[in-house]
Design a protein around this ligand. Structure first.
Ligand SMILES: C[S@@+](CC[C@H](N)C(=O)[O-])C[C@H]1O[C@@H](n2cnc3c(N)ncnc32)[C@H](O)[C@@H]1O
Length: 286
């Protein structure tokens, strides 16, 4: 007889690919107890069973929302953003000079700090991109995270993490204990609630995808499925930025990785390139 925890782990993995470690029952229980109470269930077991009942869609969404770890910060890890500005931007400026258009996808954007960091970077480089169309799409499976991202309101702790004071003062206004991002920055980013595994926003069309600190939560099968999805969504020669503990090495041979930082950025290889290069390690010098 499966326990509530077995049901929960199975449902979350099936819908999001996120693996909940088997020893986390106690911490998960404390996370879900308030939700069970708010939705009128006597306990977590009834809440988890309801994930398969007639109100399945609504309960499922609420449980997924409560279970996701939306940990993020502005310019998280800094280095990938420096890589983006100093190495990726110049290559894109040259590669897309004819179309003068760029599409960026912050996949699994949590509460939006990553997408707004990208928007601030493009704003600071506005002179280089004068006359260009720059589209930034930001998506996450968590509806509440997307609502927070859309509102663009952050507390003191959140803006202190990673955001230099000069950018805070330039792009945010303060009201009591909160900071709201400027309207012209909000309008640069489109936020959508999306499960990355269910429906890619579009095929083969993003020049850069930031999918950072998501793969970490997946098992090897989930990582393969994720990289396949991201490869499909990237334009030829497009760049993929992953989290500091993540790399396509050993999971997918459809990306070329930086020789000095295998996790920092990866470049989409087309099918012929990846077949030619197999089984060697593909290196892209930055
Ligand atoms: C740890 S946060 C990473 C946020 C940001 N990318 C960063 O690196 O700071 C992971 C995010 O992935 C989202 N997530 C988990 N599974 C997902 C899925 N299947 N589709 C889309 N987003 C997902 C979670 O809701 C959470 O906001």
């Amino acid at each position: 007889m499966p326990t509530w925890f077995d049901v929960l782990r199975r449902e979350i993995k099936q819908s999001t690919c996120v693996v909940i470690d088997a020893d986390r029952a106690a911490s998960v229980a404390s996370r879900l107890s308030p939700l069970a109470r708010d939705l009128g269930f006597p306990d977590i077991a009834h809440l988890c069973l309801a994930m398969m009942g007639p109100r399945r869609a609504q309960i499922h969404r609420a449980v997924v929302d409560a279970m996701m770890i939306n940990e993020t910060s502005f310019f998280r890890d800094r280095l990938p953003f420096d890589e983006f500005r100093c190495k990726i931007m110049p290559q894109l400026l040259a590669a897309r000079a004819a179309s003068r258009s760029l599409r960026i996808w912050s996949a699994a954007c949590a509460t939006g700090q990553e997408a707004y960091s990208l928007a601030m970077m493009f704003d600071e480089e506005a002179r280089l991109f004068s006359g260009w169309s720059i589209e930034i799409l930001a998506t996450d499976v968590s509806q509440s995270a997307i609502e927070t991202a859309r509102a663009g309101v952050y507390n003191q702790f959140q803006v202190q993490r990673g955001l230099p004071v000069s950018q805070l003062l330039r792009y945010f206004t303060r009201a009591n204990d909160t900071w709201t991002i400027a309207e012209h920055m909000k309008s640069r980013v489109r936020f959508e609630q999306r499960n990355i595994l269910e429906n890619a926003p579009s095929t083969g069309s993003f020049d850069v995808i930031c999918c950072r600190n998501l793969m970490y939560y997946f098992d090897s099968e989930g990582k393969k499925a994720l990289l396949k999805r991201l490869h499909e969504a990237l334009a030829p020669g497009g760049f993929l930025l992953l989290g500091a503990t993540e790399t396509p090495l050993g999971v997918s041979d459809e990306f070329a990785v930086s020789s000095h930082h295998p996790w920092l950025s990866a470049r989409k290889l087309d099918r012929a390139q990846s077949q030619n290069m197999r089984p060697q390690l593909r290196l892209v010098r930055g």
